[in-house]
Design a protein around this ligand. Structure first.
Ligand SMILES: Nc1ncnc2c1ncn2[C@@H]1O[C@H](COP(=O)(O)OP(=O)(O)OP(=O)(O)O)[C@@H](O)[C@H]1O
Length: 367
């Protein structure tokens, strides 16, 4: 399967004040399962549509493998049907008057493949996606998840080099989404297809993708494995966007904040660091005081089914702690909260994130 190269790719819709996609450089490797992740309106669908060839680019270049398929500079444009790309949208757009089998074989007939190959390919893909028993049914006689699988089967049958999926699970209920995520992972493992998947759901991205590209307002923020994006965010946007409950952020420029004072005293932080973040699960709570702990009161305990979110307060700003262990605390209890230095994210004024080792901070006894 070919890699996809997006070079200085920009899209400005007519009349728009700023580009929907701004000077994007991204390589999607052969066989990669890449998720374009970001909030609504950040340009994800526009990128997918440009790769598919159904949205004209404003600047830059798209190459699939060695072949440039779109370039303003070179004045070249390969039409969508010649890019060997499968596109599945949020709405499955199955032909309602065709049976499942007919929907799947349609693209193969358009390609004028021999009848026995059409039969073999469609049977194979229906078996792999467990929809063979519904071959004779019409889309209206299928559940949402079954329709979804037919839409995927239809794309996979034509054996695209690249599969583009635009939030294809968004119409499904929670149980079906889980089932379809497993299905998509199997498809990726079985077919080795390069997949680009659009989502605004970080959980979906974390559980599905081999690589995540986080976007904000048309700008690429970070590309990395799910672990890198979660544990080593490059900036405040990525750190804040990933994680539920959200990253705790402590503004260090509040002289009256006990929390800010504790962190300032405990770590020698350079002046340019103006806030500090820590994931809720990275906090450590103890019953006993220790030199590096801050006393905080438990104000809320929220069970979320198998895990708990605990709100802690010390004066004004609350902190959130999350755990999968049944909490031994009650609301009103005093606990001692530690901030492990390797779990801290330090942000400077422009939002760039630094690790503890980078800010070269020394620990200092505080309590
Ligand atoms: N055809 C269009 N004409 C003008 N502006 C558009 C058009 N399509 C999208 N936009 C604008 O471009 C920006 C990016 O839109 P896009 O659909 O790519 O975002 P997205 O990240 O996929 O959002 P969502 O998650 O809501 O689908 C948005 O500000 C949107 O309003």
């Amino acid at each position: 399967m070919p890699a996809i190269h997006l070079r200085n790719l920009t899209k400005t819709y007519s009349g728009a004040a700023s580009p929907a996609v701004n000077n994007l450089n991204l390589e999607v490797k052969d066989g990669e399962f890449l998720c374009l992740l970001g909030p609504s309106g950040c340009g994800k669908t526009t990128i997918l549509r440009m790769i598919a060839g159904i949205e004209p680019i404003s600047q830059g270049e798209i190459a699939i493998g060695e072949r440039v398929v779109d370039s303003m500079e070179q004045g070249c444009f390969i039409p969508p049907e010649k890019r060997n790309i499968g596109l599945v949208f949020q709405s499955y757009a199955l032909w309602p008057h065709m049976s499942v089998a007919e929907n799947i074989t349609f693209g193969l007939k358009v390609k004028k493949l021999p009848a026995d190959e059409i039969k073999a390919r469609s049977q194979d893909v229906m078996n792999k996606l467990s929809i063979a028993p519904y071959a004779k049914r019409y889309p209206a006689q299928l559940s949402g998840g079954q329709q979804q699988r037919v839409a995927l089967a239809r794309m996979l049958a034509v054996n695209p080099d690249v599969l583009l999926l635009d939030e294809p699970l968004s119409n499904l209920d929670a149980a079906l989404r889980l089932e379809m995520r497993a299905e998509l992972r199997r498809i990726h493992e079985t077919f080795g297809t390069t997949i680009i998947f659009v989502s605004h759901d970080q959980w979906e991205a974390m559980t599905l993708a081999t690589t995540i590209a986080v976007m904000s307002e048309g700008h690429l923020q970070q590309v990395g494995t799910p672990h890198e994006i979660y544990a080593l965010p490059v900036n405040r946007f990525v750190a804040d966007f990933m994680g539920s409950p959200k990253l705790n952020q402590i503004n260090l420029n509040q002289p009256e904040s006990v929390l800010a004072k504790h962190l300032q005293q405990r770590f020698h932080l350079p002046k340019q660091i103006d806030s500090c973040g820590i994931r809720p699960e990275a906090l450590i709570l103890n019953k006993q005081c220790s030199y590096d702990a801050l006393a905080m009161k438990i104000t809320t305990i929220i069970p979320t089914g198998g895990s708990w979110i605990i709100e802690l307060s010390n004066g004004a700003e609350p902190l959130h702690y999350s755990t999968q262990l049944h909490p031994q605390w009650q609301i009103g209890d005093l606990v001692f909260c530690q901030f492990p230095d390797d779990a801290l994210h330090f942000f400077d004024a422009d939002g760039t994130c630094h690790r503890f080792s980078e800010v070269n901070a020394d620990t200092q006894q505080a309590c």
